[in-house]
Design a binder for this molecule. Sequence first.
Ligand code: ZN
Length: 199
Amino acid sequence: MSVNCPQCQKDDNIRKVSSVVTGGISTGSYSGPTYSSTYVGEGKYHESYGHSTLNGSTVQEFSRLLAPPAPPKRATTGCVNIIILLFITGTGLFCAANTAPFALMGGRSDGSGVFGLIACALTLGIGFGTFILAKRFLADSNKGVANANKDYPDRLAAWEKQITKWNRLYLCFRDDIVFDPETGKSVPPQLLNELLADQ
Ligand SMILES: [Zn+2]
């Protein structure tokens, strides 16, 4: 299948978008045949063919503009939050467990046992309270993640469509356009997303 640019109707200065992006990053330059047509008046055009090299920054600019759309991300539970909450809960319960025997022993000999009991009850309360909060937080967090992931299959399907389209796009260096050989639609490289979104 021969592919022609929908604007200049030629195929001598086009390159696949995917190869510009991958090639642009590794080689940093594009060289190939170029063609220019200048109107010289009286219905005549001066045509010239040549070979030119686009410098690295031009190609890198194209690579940046023409990068494929990023895949959709799955929402995940905040791991750090869980670790922190479990740590606090664990510390609370550990303190309570350690204080309890002293409080019980102290209660027998003199009045200081009362403070021990209070301390024990407080640490137990804090430990248990944190545990409840942590559990509730985790439940909410999981629900939020599940909600956020509800449309993940749709987002993934839409992205796969865009990638399929992206893979068949061409760039015409002469006209500075990106085009889809299947639909004949073209846009400036800056508007690549619009071309991809247009299903
Ligand atoms: Zn063209």
